[in-house]
Design a protein around this ligand. Structure first.
Ligand code: HEC
Length: 119
């Protein structure tokens, strides 16, 4: 009973904050939070292990500058490119992705939207 109450409260809260965000026109923070976890955990040490280094593509900056669209982002994550390993299989194994029951495109959206939220 206690667990049920806690779950119900959590649900009501999530519904409320989701609505507030929808009104503000922002992506749900939960979605961005999953994207952040994927960015930090994918491929062992996270995307940042390579992408936070100056010699590799600066993903958030490229997206912000309109130089990396969602389609190309998804293709590279699914297929790899040069020194960029194919990442999607590992992403789908991450706990936050499994818990939220995301499909491949939703998981990629989460990382892309997380990067878009950084400025
Ligand atoms: C082992 C290092 C490494 C890791 C880890 C890594 N990347 Fe990369 N990534 C690269 C390199 C190097 C390139 C440049 C490849 C090229 O252009 O030949 C790249 C390119 C990309 C590109 C294409 C950028 C463009 O302008 O076309 C995307 C998108 C990308 N990575 C996303 C990710 C994401 C998302 C993750 C985490 C899931 C990730 N990468 C993890 C090394 C890495």
């Amino acid at each position: 009973m206690r667990k049920l109450l806690i779950a119900a409260t959590g649900f009501a809260f999530a519904a409320l904050s989701g609505q507030a965000l929808a009104e503000a026109g922002a992506a749900p923070s939960h979605h961005i939070e999953i994207g952040k976890k994927v960015y930090e955990r994918a491929l062992g040490r996270g995307c940042g292990a390579c992408h936070d280094q100056a010699q590799n593509p600066q993903l958030a900056k490229l997206i912000d500058a309109g130089k990396l669209d969602r389609k190309r982002f998804g293709t590279v994550v699914k297929e790899g490119k040069g020194g960029m390993p194919k990442a999607i299989d590992q992403i789908m194994e991450l706990a936050p992705v499994k818990t939220a029951n995301l499909d491949q495109e939703q998981a990629i959206d989460a990382v892309y939207d997380y990067l878009k939220s950084l400025k």
